[in-house]
Design a protein around this ligand. Structure first.
Ligand code: IPM
Ligand code: MG
Length: 366
């Protein structure tokens, strides 16, 4: 029997609640598909600040280092918002862990099941068959990680600088991820930039065009300015198959994609890098895209689906357990189809809590 060694970092807010449900789903999938879990829990984010004084303690780094994958919850919350920005959970743990393991490729499947098309703010006639897009976002470069400073000018006012920076190799390696993703899907990629204004985008477009021409001429590649892409995503999401972009634009567009897909509570993600785990598969961090949801944390009503679907992505990418991943994804879909829904996707139906949603998904997994 295969044993899966992974780090579990539930974090803050709804993180621990939805993580508990996801672990039960993994456990049951293991019984059906013959694998065992070797999961080591560690603190990350605000809880780590409280318990260890820093958001990404060395002990947590070590747990991740020794694992084949990381299952991540979410970090941050009002309690830590008064800390200096550099010490806040989002920057000091989530961005730090992405950087520490060079997780440059963020894969976010934007999936709206036809059954819950009503949960989308888009009119039904715009999405007759639901939505099925994958956003590939560069995750360790750009304005997130370029030099930053805040200085006091001679006239006394403050000035802040963030630098957007990309080099050819960073663009090429993420272009390869877009190619791999597109080859397994519709062979259509829309690369999003702001090449009419930004030097980084001029380089992005040039490198992407050349890389695709050389390595995947069979893929239909389009370029779109980010402002237009944001509009097109709301106007006619069906035109997109693989949405491919740099860090900041991907942050914004993936939230837009999340909401047109009904709820951030359904949106999973995988962040991969060059590092291979002991199975010679990609080491990765798997997290829901929705954040800590402090407004509903502790109430037991959060949608556990994004965390469960992130766990499925972990099985697929880092452990090569495709059948088990498919089964979990199907179980989530069948549960939603059966009308068992948390409040964020209930739309007129009675809603259930995180636990009950998890129980229903477990039943469908059987
Ligand atoms: C995301 C989040 C993070 C980001 C925040 C929490 C730093 O919004 O994963 O999209 O901006 O990348
Ligand atoms: Mg974001």
């Amino acid at each position: 029997m295969q044993t899966l060694t992974f780090a579990v970092l539930p974090g803050d807010g709804i993180g621990p609640e939805v993580m508990a449900v996801a672990l039960r789903v993994l456990e049951q999938a293991g019984q059906r598909f013959d694998f065992a879990l070797d999961a080591t829990h560690a603190d990350i984010g605000g809880i780590a600040i409280d318990n260890h004084g820093v958001a990404f303690p060395d002990s947590t780094h070590k747990v991740c280092e020794d694992a084949d994958a990381i299952l991540f919850g979410s970090v941050g919350g009002p309690k830590w918002e008064s800390l200096p920005p550099k010490e806040q959970p989002e920057r000091a743990s989530l961005l730090a862990i992405r950087k520490a393991f060079s997780l440059y490729a963020n894969i976010r499947p934007g999936l709206l099941y036809e059954e819950i098309a009503d949960a989308s703010p888009l009119k039904r006639e715009r999405i007759p068959e639901g939505i099925d897009i994958v956003c590939i976002r560069e995750l360790t470069g750009g304005i997130y990680f370029g030099d930053k400073s805040t200085t006091r000018l001679d006239n006394g006012e403050e000035q802040a600088i963030d630098t957007m920076v990309y080099k050819t190799s960073e663009i090429e390696r993420i272009a390869q991820v877009a190619i791999d993703t597109a080859l397994a899907r519709g062979k259509r990629v829309t690369s999003v930039d702001k090449a009419n204004v930004l030097e980084c985008s001029v380089l992005w477009r040039k490198v992407v065009t050349a890389y695709f021409a050389k390595h995947a001429p069979e893929i239909e590649l389009d370029h779109m300015y980010v402002d237009n892409a944001a509009m097109q995503l709301a106007r006619d999401p069906d035109q997109f198959d693989v949405l491919f972009t740099e860090n900041m634009f991907g942050d914004i567009l993936s939230d837009e994609m999340g909401i047109i897909c009904g709820s951030l509570g359904m949106l999973a993600s995988a962040s991969l890098g060059a590092r291979k785990n002991r199975l010679d598969r990609p080491f990765g961090l798997y997290e829901p895209s929705g954040g800590t949801a402090p407004d509903i944390a502790g109430q037991g009503i959060a949608n556990p689906s994004a965390q469960i679907l992130s766990a499925a992505l972990m099985l697929r990418h880092s452990f090569g357990l495709h059948e088990a991943a498919d089964a979990i994804e199907t179980a989530v879909r069948s549960t939603v189809k059966a009308g068992i829904r948390t409040a964020d996707i209930a739309f007129g139906l009675a809603s259930v809590g995180s636990e009950a949603m998890g129980e229903a998904i477990l039943k469908h997994l059987d």
